[in-house]
Design a protein around this ligand. Structure first.
Ligand SMILES: *Cc1c(COP(=O)(O)O)cnc(C)c1O
Length: 376
């Protein structure tokens, strides 16, 4: 089977982890701040705090921005459930935003409409989690204007988007947000096994994030330490940080390869039934996913195409089942009718293989397989 995504691990990655295994530190030691500093420098941001994964990073981000009972957090309907779940960890409510069907990112106009309605009802969100879907940054300037007008905080869920660029700046530099969050799960752009990272330019937030990651305990003085508030054990290990540091060195090559593969899809996967995601000219995507919309012909549905691709040995995928369609969220009263663009998108979307080590022959095979299926 050709997978839809896959990590790239080479000898330099293996050597880096083995070196840690032979050292005195396995859990969080000198490797973690080294990794944090390297990522912060790469992104052009003041502070980076590494965590166990992006889910715990989102939890800490919300908690640090003061989210609690009676508050609310909004995010895109087209995302992994973790972007929304972090609100519930803090006892806050979740609201969802419809998407722009052409990009898969949240629809700015829909966000604005919902904010205007919420203002009348005195139910404005405290935080909006912006998801850079498939690696394409959202229109952060427009979101910053709305954040200013309606008074909410902005978290960028950049799990798909390390290395992406918005108007000349790296995603995660937090020019237009309070906090950004990254995932280093193996299907993402670079990996630490499990792993996550939070960036911010606010020193007070950074200090609290680091404290909450470690049980709420601040700095140690010999044997003496004090727990200031209830925190968690969301620490990254030095083994993961070493892998992360090694992967970060390879990230520019990964990104180049992904961009080449995406361009190849755009040029060679031309078919009347295949719609490619539209790219804004303000951004350079990191191309975490290659998503197309299938406008099925010959009475073929997207599910038929999905099954036929699997049969041909291509493990295509689907991003995402809308948040409101999960039973946990359904029972909270979300209605699919409130998200017409997400609904249409959901019926058409298909994720094709895209990863740095994808072989040219496999790439051609995927394109031919899809065309053959669509042509009946
Ligand atoms: C993968 C992902 C997460 C969760 O990442 P983990 O590191 O697995 O916790 C959150 N949000 C989005 C958009 C993701 O794609």
């Amino acid at each position: 089977m050709i997978p839809y995504g896959k990590q790239s691990i080479d000898q330099s990655d293996i050597d880096a982890v083995v070196e840690v295994l032979k050292s005195d530190w396995l859990t969080q030691g000198p490797g973690v701040p080294q990794f944090e500093n390297a990522v912060a420098q790469y992104l052009g941001v003041e502070h980076a705090v590494a965590t166990t994964n992006a889910t715990s990073a989102l939890h800490l981000a919300c908690k640090t921005l003061g989210l609690g009972k009676g508050d609310s957090l909004w995010t895109s309907a087209n995302t992994f459930v973790a972007s929304a779940n972090c609100a519930h960890y803090c006892g806050a409510d979740v609201g969802l935003i419809d998407i722009d069907i052409n990009t898969g990112n949240l629809d700015i106009e829909d966000l604005q409409r919902r904010l205007e309605d919420a203002k009348k009802e005195n139910s404005l969100p405290d935080i909006v989690v912006v998801v850079h879907f498939a690696g394409q940054p959202c229109d952060m300037k427009a979101i910053a204007v709305l954040a200013d007008t309606f008074g909410f905080k902005v978290i960028e869920d950049a799990s798909h988007a390390i290395g992406s660029i918005y108007e000349g700046n790296m995603t995660g530099c937090c020019q237009y947000s309070d906090i950004s969050v990254f995932s280093f799960h193996p299907v993402k752009l670079m990996t630490t096994g499990e792993g996550g990272l939070i960036t911010t330019n606010n020193p007070a937030l950074a200090e609290r994030l680091a404290r909450l990651r470690n049980h709420g305990i601040g700095s140690k003085d010999g044997w003496f330490y004090q727990m200031q508030e209830l925190g968690f054990n969301y620490r990254m290990t030095d083994m993961q940080a070493a892998l992360g540091l090694s992967q970060l060195k390879r990230l520019p090559d990964f990104l180049t390869k992904r961009r080449q593969l995406a361009t190849y899809y755009q040029q060679h996967l031309q078919h009347p039934s295949v719609l490619h995601l539209r790219q804004s000219d303000k951004v350079t995507s990191a191309w975490h996913l290659y998503v197309v919309r299938i406008q099925a012909t010959n009475e073929l549905t997207r599910d038929d195409v999905y099954n036929a691709m699997q049969k041909k040995g291509v493990a295509v995928n689907l991003h995402y089942i809308p948040v409101y369609r999960h039973p946990y969220y359904q029972q909270l009263g979300f209605k699919p009718d409130d998200f017409p663009q997400t609904e249409s998108y959901y019926l058409q979307t298909l994720t094709l293989p895209l990863y740095p080590d994808l072989l040219p022959t496999d790439h051609d095979y995927v394109i031919k397989a899809l065309k053959d299926i669509l042509n009946g």
